[in-house]
Design a protein around this ligand. Structure first.
Ligand code: ATP
Length: 134
């Protein structure tokens, strides 16, 4: 089976670099499944889980908080605002972030703060989802 080198990078540094057979992720235009040999592509990622399948590592799931996916025929780079493996996710922290965001969304405030709280809620729900599903 052919493989792709996948590199996940955040502003805090590299999170992972390894070979996989397939990358499944959610771009803002829909779900993407990337196999070796895929045409070059750059796509914005949503707050979601990225699944890395096969290769030397069996399978990995990474929680990403937006960013970009860059595809070249033999390499996928995920440049994410944050990226965590389920084992690195602090469940209580994500629960606290969720409750904080929900409280903010319930109080009347300007659009910018509302948008920020909505994004914080999405990040928290994504982390809880990946942690609990892992
Ligand atoms: P919080 O309000 O708890 O800080 P947040 O969604 O605002 O959550 P981010 O700005 O997305 O946090 O991330 C800041 C840094 O903290 C990143 O390095 C991210 O990987 C890490 N991080 C955020 N939440 C968690 C969590 N629940 N478990 C582990 N790491 C986390």
């Amino acid at each position: 089976m052919k493989t792709l080198t996948v590199s996940v990078v955040t502003p805090d540094g590299p999170v992972l670099e390894d070979s996989f057979e397939m990358v499944s992720c959610k771009s803002e235009n829909g779900e993407l499944g990337i196999l070796p040999g895929h045409i070059p592509l750059v796509a914005p990622l949503t707050i979601s889980g990225v699944r890395l399948k096969g290769g030397e590592q069996s399978s990995e799931l990474i929680a990403v908080s937006g960013g970009f996916l860059e595809v070249r025929p033999e390499k996928v780079t995920i440049l994410a605002e944050s990226a965590e493996r389920p084992s690195d996710i602090d469940l209580e922290r994500a629960q606290r972030a969720k409750e904080r965001a929900e409280r903010r969304l319930q109080t009347k405030q300007d659009d910018i703060d509302f948008k920020r709280a909505e994004l914080a809620l999405k990040r928290a729900l994504n982390r809880l989802d990946l942690k609990q599903g892992s």
